[in-house]
Design a protein around this ligand. Structure first.
Ligand SMILES: NC(=O)c1ccc[n+]([C@@H]2O[C@H](COP(=O)([O-])OP(=O)(O)OC[C@H]3O[C@@H](n4cnc5c(N)ncnc54)[C@H](O)[C@@H]3O)[C@@H](O)[C@H]2O)c1
Ligand SMILES: O=C(O)C[C@H](O)C(=O)O
Ligand SMILES: [Mg+2]
Length: 474
């Protein structure tokens, strides 16, 4: 298969061109020779001697930007006066803001939305707390909570640096499912304190989406919050990832004509995502899963301080395969990466069974780039939007929370997650399946809607929905 190369961002180069000496043709050629893709050219100003142009170019990364800048600066009559990165421009001042639903036009309005009228509404909720769902934002609002300890695959970069990711999640909640989400990044990594803070701020929210909290702390934090709160608590990196992974695998194995339960799976990165993905695969009937982390494959006779690795030792690797990733990958049907960049080598993919499936899901840089895996891989997916087959939890969390908010579910069950996975997979019709299309696009509006409906149906079947069925619109 031939896979398009990934492009990370676009930049705008402002060039001052001396009319007599500069040749735009040589500039375009120089950019294209570096692999840059010109997508727009704008004339900003021109006078007798100089033309100022803005050139928008798709680039791979900051090194690529530096290369383009250095190459062009050497051309006669060309000066690069400014470089702006469109990704940074989009983040200026943050990505979200709040809007009132209606304007306060006069004193009369003011006395209703605020003192004194609001006091009657407050007292009504005080007397009947369930009215908070009807009379406040609680019914449609989710807290996106991170402590910044496992931000994408960037590691423990702290709460401030986690904000752009959490703002992005909030945007996606709103755009894809109409859910109002607040990014909340906590300046503590203490489990007890996180649980206490999330509990204390929960009254205004209809659900809690935990995000980018590292393992093994994330398991205890989630479990305690599930037990102590009456709203759904969902660690996206665990369950959202597992749901979308399973959806992608349902379709990938169909395409290559294998049974999931017969497949040999190697999963690298035994943290939050890896543990939940493994549990969901086992529940789906997969038997041969070998879990690999930095020190190689987990085996029954190993001694592991990390409690979740001990769990792997007891529940996976039935054939007790030992060694590094390169050792255990031989003959595997499926590779799942939720670890870090560049972990899987081209030679590793070459050793896999016929029609290998590689889901390299580490963000922002996958375990192997599609162009590296290309000669050997049959179905390739990453977590990124700039390659085909984006296996990313964004296909799950908007629709799932839409569903739990609408039926006022008290929690998210295994059955609801499985229903969500099947709903995502079902968006790709059997006759549309191809190496480039095993999972629907994030922009396919059917995804959030189908996930919502499937989650609601399963919530009623499991008896966790607290709103009367007839009140929840189909
Ligand atoms: N595509 C998606 O939807 C999606 C969802 C969740 C997580 N992820 C990605 O998965 C990765 C892990 O996320 P997490 O939340 O589970 O983090 P985590 O910190 O809980 O776990 C990461 C695990 O990967 C292991 N690891 C890291 N580098 C490794 C290497 N070179 N070799 C072997 N093991 C290695 C770590 O030791 C750790 O056990 C991140 O890159 C994240 O971006 C992707
Ligand atoms: O944020 C993403 O793109 C997916 C996932 O939640 C991750 O942590 O990588
Ligand atoms: Mg995440």
């Amino acid at each position: 298969m031939s896979i398009p190369s990934g492009v990370n961002t676009s930049i705008i180069l402002r060039l001052e061109l001396e009319k007599k000496t500069a040749s735009f043709g040589s500039i375009a050629t120089a950019i294209s020779d570096t692999g840059g893709d010109i997508i727009a050219i704008d004339v900003v100003r021109t006078d007798k001697d100089v033309t100022i142009r803005d050139i928008t170019i798709n680039v791979y990364d900051s090194k690529h930007t530096d290369l383009i800048k250095a190459t062009i600066s050497q051309l006669p009559g060309v000066k690069v006066s400014h470089v702006s990165d469109q990704t940074f421009l989009l983040h200026l001042g943050g990505k979200i803001e709040t809007h009132p639903k209606f304007p306060i036009k006069n004193r009369d309005d003011l006395s209703r939305v605020y003192t004194p009228g609001v006091a009657r509404v407050s007292m009504a909720i005080h007397e009947k707390p369930s009215l908070a769902h009807t009379l406040t934002i609680k019914r449609n609002t989710v807290a996106v909570i991170s402590d910044g300890t496992a931000v994408l695959g960037l590691g423990n970069i702290g709460p401030l640096a986690a904000m752009p990711v959490m703002e992005g999640k909030a945007m996606l909640f709103k755009q894809l499912a109409g859910v109002d989400a607040f990014p909340i990044c906590l300046d503590t990594q203490d489990t007890d304190e996180i649980v206490r803070i999330v509990k204390a701020l929960s009254p205004g929210f209809g659900g809690i989406n935990l995000e980018d909290i590292s393992a093994p702390r994330c398991f205890e934090i989630e479990q305690r919050l599930i037990e102590e709160l009456d709203i759904p608590v969902f660690h996206d990196d665990q369950h959202g990832t597992a749901v979308v992974l399973l959806a992608g695998l349902f379709n990938a194995v169909k395409l290559v004509g294998k049974q999931l339960s017969d497949c040999k799976v190697v999963l690298c990165g035994l943290g939050a995502a890896g543990t939940a993905c493994t549990k969901m695969l086992l529940a789906a009937g997969v038997r041969h899963i070998v879990g690999v982390d930095r020190e190689g494959a987990i085996t029954r006779d190993g001694v592991y301080e990390n409690p979740s690795w001990q769990w792997f030792a007891e529940h996976t690797n039935p054939d007790q395969i030992r060694g590094s990733l390169s050792d255990v990958i031989a003959g595997a049907d499926i590779f799942i990466g939720v670890s870090g960049p560049g972990v899987l080598k081209r030679e590793d993919v070459a050793q896999m069974a016929k029609d290998p499936i590689v889901f390299a899901m580490a963000n922002p840089t996958p375990e192997i780039l599609p162009e590296e895996a290309e000669p050997y891989v049959r179905v390739m997916a990453t977590g990124r939007s700039d390659y085909p087959n984006q296996i990313n939890n964004v296909l799950c969390f908007p629709g799932l929370f839409r569903g739990v908010l609408d039926c006022r579910a008290s929690r998210v069950t295994e059955h609801m997650k499985l229903a969500a996975a099947k709903a995502i997979a079902s968006v790709v019709h059997e006759d549309e399946l191809s190496e480039y299309y095993i999972i629907p696009s994030v922009f396919n509006q059917a995804v959030a809607e189908r996930v919502r409906n499937a989650v609601i149906q399963a919530a009623y079947e499991d008896g966790v929905a607290r709103r009367r069925r007839e009140k929840v619109q189909a």
